[in-house]
Design a protein around this ligand. Structure first.
Ligand SMILES: C[S@@+](CC[C@H](N)C(=O)[O-])C[C@H]1O[C@@H](n2cnc3c(N)ncnc32)[C@H](O)[C@@H]1O
Length: 269
């Protein structure tokens, strides 16, 4: 959420959250599969999924690789959905979820073999990427692995344009060098940097969705929009719809012109 003069407007992150979409990171399952393979997830590994959202990827890691996974998220409703999901998939013996803040992880030092954060280090609601990374590093075991997947600037823009876009999207991109510096400052050694930019990766958020060629970011179906619009009007007022439309066009322009992308970074402790 951000403030425009006197009005509160939902950010892109708020809209995704309100929309009921299950998978909340670009790259979707392909990205998570790649992480599991690169880091060699297996039954002897205990993974912490920081900001685990609706538990989709924590369950996926356990199901696909047999590893133990703990998910943590600040949103109580998401944690309840996650616990239910694990139960339904018969994964409660491998996966557990907790409510908690990524800047104050409720775990002792050196607790997990791998600590993953998919698209929630740069969130503007947290506004403390170094604090999140420091905490991820603290709870990783010595020789363990820390993984982030984050938005990046691929070309330069003025700081005021960057700040405005970050506020509207709901997450702050940095350059790959800046993300590296944050990891190194926490104490990590960088092992892998992979580019996950491009519209094809955005669209992996929903692999079965019928994407509109003219509106390649339009990730909701018509019935989903018809459910979401009254919620937005109720919470933010009708003016918010105009602002969202305006921003979709602006945001698309920066994306299409290659200013904005995603990176997967893996470091070791
Ligand atoms: C973009 S979603 C990513 C969810 C998940 N990692 C995924 O890829 O599907 C961001 C998540 O961060 C969570 N979040 C926001 N602030 C948080 C905080 N301070 N501590 C922990 N989680 C937080 C939100 O509730 C949301 O689930």
């Amino acid at each position: 959420m951000y403030k425009l003069k006197t009005k509160m407007i939902p950010s892109g992150e708020d809209i995704i959250e309100m929309s009921g979409v299950e998978t909340l990171h670009p790259g979707g399952f392909d990205l998570s599969k790649r992480i599991g393979e690169l880091v060699n997830f297996n039954p002897s590994v205990h993974v912490l999924d920081v900001s685990s959202g609706k538990g989709t990827f924590a369950c996926y890691y356990a199901q696909e690789f047999g590893c133990k996974v703990t998910g943590i998220d600040i949103n109580k409703k998401f944690v309840e959905i996650s616990i239910e999901k694990a139960k339904k998939r018969d994964l409660s013996n491998l996966v557990d979820f907790k409510i908690g803040d990524s800047t104050k992880l409720p775990f002792p030092d050196n607790s997990f073999d791998v600590v993953v954060n998919e698209c929630a280090v740069g969130l503007t609601v947290i506004n403390n990427p170094q604090g999140v990374i420091n905490e991820m590093f603290r709870v990783t075991k010595p020789n363990g692995t820390i993984v982030i997947h984050e938005s990046i600037w691929l070309k330069d823009l003025t700081q005021s344009v960057k700040d405005e876009l970050a506020m509207k999207v709901g997450t702050t991109p940095y350059t790959v060098e800046e993300w590296s510096d944050l990891l190194i400052k926490a104490g990590a050694k960088i092992k892998t940097v992979e580019d996950w930019s491009g519209i094809e990766n955005i669209q992996k958020i929903r692999p079965n969705h019928k994407w509109n060629k003219k509106r390649p970011h339009d990730f909701l179906t018509l019935p989903e929009k018809l459910t979401l619009i009254p919620k937005i009007i109720f919470k933010y007022g009708i003016g918010a719809l105009n602002e969202i439309n305006k921003f979709q066009k602006e945001g698309l322009k920066y994306f299409n012109e290659g200013y904005y992308g995603y990176v997967l970074m893996i470091g070791s402790k």
